[in-house]
Design a protein. Structure first.
Length: 276
C-alpha cells in the first residue's frame, strides 16, 4: 500500500485563492478527485490525505463531503480558526457532519502570517489544545522563519501530533545546503511528537532545472534527523506539476528513501489514524 499524505483540490471559478499569484497560472484551473484518481492509480497510490488550501470552514466541509464519496481520500486535514474561543465547538460540528469521520487534522497557513511568533500567541495555544483534545493532528505549514515558534508549540503540547509540511520549505534552489534551515529544523526532530513530510520539494528547487541530485541531500538530512518511522511521502499535487509530474515526484522520493513502508504508508496511517 502507498499513501499520499499530502495533496489538494481546488476550483478557482468558485473560490478565491489569495496565494495563487500570476506565477501559478499554469495550475489556475479546477483539480478534483476525478483528475487525481487515474494519476494516483498509475503510480500505485492506494489512499490519500486531502489538505486545506484556504482559511475556510466551507472548504473543509466540501473536502469532507468529497472524502465521504471517494474511498481513495482516506483523510482530510481541514481548517478551523484556532483563535476562535469556540474552536472546539467548530471541530465537533465538522465531525458530526457529512464525512466528519474523515477529519484527521487541522492546518493554517502560518508562513503567510505577518507575525513569525503567531504560533506562540495565547489564543493560538488555546486552539492547539482544542485540536489535541479532539484527537486530531496539526500540520505545520511553516518556513525557517516560523520554526522556532513551531518548536515551542510542539514542546508545549507533547501529546499533540505535529506534522511539518514540505520539510519547512528549504531553499533548495540556492544550493545543496541551507544552513539556516538546518539549524532551525534539526531541533524539531528531538521532539517525539513531531513528524515530517517529504513533500513539496520539487517546487523549492528550480522548476525547470531541478534534479534528483539537488533534492537528495535535503531528503537524506530529513530522514537522518527524523528517521523513516517519522517521515511520510506527499505528492503536493497539483502544485507539484509546476515542476514535475505526480509519478516523477513519487519516483524521486523512492530512489532516495527506498521502498520504505514507513515513509510510503505506515507513518501517515499512524499519525492520521487512517482506518478505511
Amino acid at each position: 500500500m502507498i499513501v499520499d499524505s499530502h495533496h489538494h483540490f481546488w476550483n478557482p471559478a468558485q473560490r478565491l485563492y489569495p496565494w495563487m499569484g500570476p506565477e501559478l497560472n499554469a495550475i489556475r484551473r479546477p483539480f478534483g478527485p476525478d483528475d487525481l484518481a487515474p494519476i494516483a492509480a498509475n503510480a500505485g497510490v492506494d489512499r490519500t490525505v486531502l489538505v486545506q488550501t484556504v482559511s475556510s470552514i466551507g472548504e473543509t466541509v466540501e473536502f469532507l463531503a468529497i472524502a465521504a464519496r471517494h474511498r481513495q481520500v482516506a483523510g482530510v486535514v481541514g481548517w478551523v480558526d484556532l483563535t476562535d474561543v469556540d474552536v472546539a465547538t467548530t471541530i465537533e460540528g465538522l465531525r458530526s457532519g457529512d464525512g466528519g469521520d474523515k477529519l484527521v487534522g487541522v492546518r493554517h497557513q502560518v508562513h503567510d502570517e505577518a507575525d513569525p511568533d503567531w504560533l506562540r500567541r495565547d489564543d493560538v495555544q488555546r486552539g492547539l489544545a482544542a485540536v489535541e483534545e479532539a484527537g486530531l493532528a496539526y500540520d505545520l505549514l511553516v518556513r525557517t522563519r516560523e520554526l522556532p515558534a513551531a518548536h515551542d508549540a510542539a514542546r508545549g503540547h507533547p501529546d499533540l501530533r505535529f506534522v511539518i509540511d514540505h520539510a519547512a520549505k528549504p531553499r533548495i534552489a540556492d544550493g545543496p545546503r541551507d544552513t539556516e534551515w538546518e539549524h532551525a529544523i534539526a531541533p524539531m526532530a528531538a521532539l517525539p511528537n513531531v513528524r515530517c513530510k517529504l513533500s513539496g520539494l520539487v517546487t523549492e528547487a528550480g522548476w525547470e532545472t531541478w534534479t534528483q541530485e539537488q533534492l537528495e541531500p535535503y531528503i537524506t538530512r530529513v530522514l537522518d534527523w527524523f528517521g523513516p518511522e517519522r517521515c511520510m511521502f506527499g505528492s503536493d499535487w497539483p502544485v507539484c506539476v509546476l515542476a514535475a509530474s505526480y509519478s516523477e515526484v513519487l519516483d524521486t522520493i523512492r530512489k532516495v528513501a527506498g521502498d520504505d513502508e514507513d515513509v510510503f504508508a505506515r507513518t501517515a496511517v499512524r499519525v492520521y489514524g487512517l482506518t478505511s
